[in-house]
Design a protein around this ligand. Structure first.
Ligand code: ACO
Ligand code: KIV
Length: 560
């Protein structure tokens, strides 16, 4: 049995004044990508300079204006990467490059060496402030921990004189979620006083969920408490840096935005230490799904996944929100049926808003339009089969025919196991409806419509069990005339046409017609559909008749 008593409950802030539960997210925050720093430091094989460059280019294309590119004092590769960005003039004027450093003189000195030549830079200093780290890592009192932060701030300030670009200071009370809020406030205020508006840019206080330690409402309370207790809130950018230890990194980010956060640090697809940083893409796509402009250019999620997997050597899970291979796929019959109906309702009504059951966004909006939306296995129903036949191949199966063909597909799935891909479905469709030429095979048909007496004359060549037959008849239309022409040469035939429908396949001069004939064998009572395709609509329907006749004959077995 699990020994849950080894774990004590984390304290919950008592903050009944909270207002965040009644708020809504209204606009995108300032995004800061930490892919090249927190994401990179957590990789089994950190990115090399070329991979970092590819990732940096992607982040620029996605529209990030703040990018933490690394911890340049920590390793030669991070230092070299930064220098390469400068040497190759890779940093656009409207983009701030962010660098992380501990509050240690040699590291701050080296950081300033690395950033020479950058126009806009965020220098990010941090030290750990939680009760646990104060005790077991630093063995220091609160005041001594504050001294580290003040010293770090002073080190940055002292470098301003020898630096040409614009510096913005960011301070993180690292392990904030395990820190008493009044102490976090005290240390931030001390940093702010020491900084004393040393540059024009507002100071960034970044309150990280370095480790997620509680339910998302607790983090929201901590953020709102800080936001409403800062002395000089107007001159502060309140940033959050969520991790995902409890699997609620996205939730705490969204609640932190309700609670007053202005800025979010995170990574694409949630790479980062342990369970990762918050996945910025999910937060952004969630906003998008609510009609809010996420202010990132994220309409091609497949490209992002491809570059991410290559540079980070990580794999995106099939169920990953928005980006996973299966997230716009429905296997089960009732979901497929509902998607099918939802898509048709949207088309018919010309909806202003996207509203399709089970699909919170239109996959096409984020570059997923060429993927099969519905995949078919033994759990699938007629709706899904009809959806694939329509969206992939353009066949709009009549409602009554959907059950018949879905049974064919289900049989294949059960016999062979697993998924029936669209191509296999089409092969089955052709085999069922087009390829069977026994006992009836249409060879030639000539149709003459007599407008005066509203009759149609057909001249028909067909084979019955391989024997060539010529027959002519008059009927009240081509279908009736063909039926009579067949019957007078094959007297045992007793078929009735119950229903007929057609539509065009494709567009323009190359378009064809697809005709569906529902037919009954009056002797056995069996009913089936036949399908015919031709560039000529009458020929399509006659082919459909022959298709249905062969299917009925196969069922009755005594025609052959
Ligand atoms: C939550 C986060 O992700 S924070 C970012 C973490 N990222 C990284 O650490 C990646 C890059 N880091 C490194 O490469 C190395 O840690 C370096 C180069 C920065 C420093 O290396 P080293 O000095 O060899 O080792 P280390 O990091 O263990 O240093 C620990 C010392 O720094 C002190 N320290 C830790 N954090 C800070 C800080 N923010 N400010 C000042 N001193 C600090 C510790 O108290 C400890 O002091 P001690 O030696 O007196 O006990
Ligand atoms: C440096 C800080 C912001 C950090 O990475 C964390 O707390 O996770």
């Amino acid at each position: 049995m699990l020994n849950y008593k080894r774990y004590k409950r984390n304290p919950v802030l008592n903050f009944p004044e909270r207002t965040w539960p009644d708020k809504q997210i209204e606009k995108a925050p300032i995004w800061c990508s930490v892919d090249l720093r927190d994401g990179n430091q957590a990789l089994i094989e950190p990115m090399n300079v070329d991979e970092k460059m590819e990732m940096f280019d992607l982040l620029l294309r996605l529209g990030f204006k703040e990018i933490e590119i690394g911890f340049p004092a920590a390793s030669q590769i991070e230092y070299d990467f930064l220098r390469k960005l400068v040497a190759e003039n890779k940093i656009p004027d409207d983009v701030k490059v962010q660098v992380l450093t501990q509050c240690r003189q040699e590291l701050v000195d080296r950081t300033f060496e690395a950033i020479q030549g950058i126009k806009n830079v965020v220098v990010h200093i941090y030290n750990s402030t939680s009760t646990l780290q104060r005790d077991v890592v630093f063995n220091k009192s609160q005041d001594e921990i504050i001294d580290i932060a003040i010293a770090g701030t002073r080190m940055v300030k002292e470098h301003l004189a020898d630096f040409d670009g614009n510096v913005q200071l960011e301070y993180s009370p690292e392990s904030f979620t395990g820190t008493e809020v009044d102490f976090a406030l005290r240390i931030c205020t001390a940093v702010q006083k020491e900084w004393d508006h040393a540059t024009d840019a507002p100071i960034i206080f970044n309150l990280p969920a370095t480790v997620e330690m509680n339910t998302p409402n607790v983090y929201a309370d901590q953020i709102e408490w800080m936001s409403t207790h800062f002395e000089d809130r107007d001159n502060i950018i309140l940033s959050v840096h969520p991790h995902n230890d409890r699997g609620t990194g996205v939730a705490i980010t969204e609640l932190a935005l309700l609670a007053g956060a202005d800025r979010v640090e995170g990574t694409l697809l949630g790479n980062g230490e342990r369970t990762g940083n918050v996945d910025i893409l999910t937060v952004a796509y969630n906003m998008f799904s609510q009609g809010i402009n996420p202010e990132l250019e994220i309409e091609d999620v497949k490209e992002i996944v491809e570059i991410y997997e290559r540079c980070c050597k990580m794999h995106v899970d099939m169920r990953h929100p928005y980006a996973g291979k299966l997230v716009f796929t429905a296997f089960s019959g009732s979901h497929q049926d509902a998607i099918n109906k939802g898509v048709h309702a949207m088309q018919e009504r010309g909806n202003e808003y996207w509203e399709v059951p089970y699909l919170p966004i239109d996959p096409a909006d984020i570059g997923r339009k060429y993927e099969p939306v519905v995949r078919i296995n033994s759990q699938s129903g007629k709706g899904g089969v009809a959806f694939v036949m329509d969206t992939v191949y353009g066949y709009k199966l009549p409602k009554k025919m959907q059950r018949e063909f879905a049974d064919v597909i289900q049989y294949i799935s059960e016999q062979e196991g697993g998924e029936v891909e669209p191509q296999k479905m089409m092969e089955a469709f052709k085999k069922e409806y087009f390829e069977n030429k026994m006992p009836f095979e249409l060879v030639f048909v000539d149709i003459d419509d007599n407008m005066a007496n509203d009759e149609t004359h057909v001249s028909l060549d067909f084979k019955y069990n391989g024997k060539a037959i010529h027959s002519e008849a008059d009927g009240n239309g081509p279908i009736d005339a063909v039926k009579l022409a067949v019957k007078q040469c094959v007297p045992q035939v007793d078929f009735s046409v119950l229903d007929y429908s057609e539509h065009s396949l494709g567009k323009g001069s190359g378009a064809k017609a697809a005709a569906y004939i529902e037919m009954r064998d009056n002797r056995s009572g069996n009913i089936t559909f036949g399908v015919g395709v031709s560039s000529n609509i009458t020929r399509a329907s006659i082919r459909g008749m022959f298709s249905a006749m062969n299917r009925l004959a196969k069922k009755a077995k005594d025609y052959v």
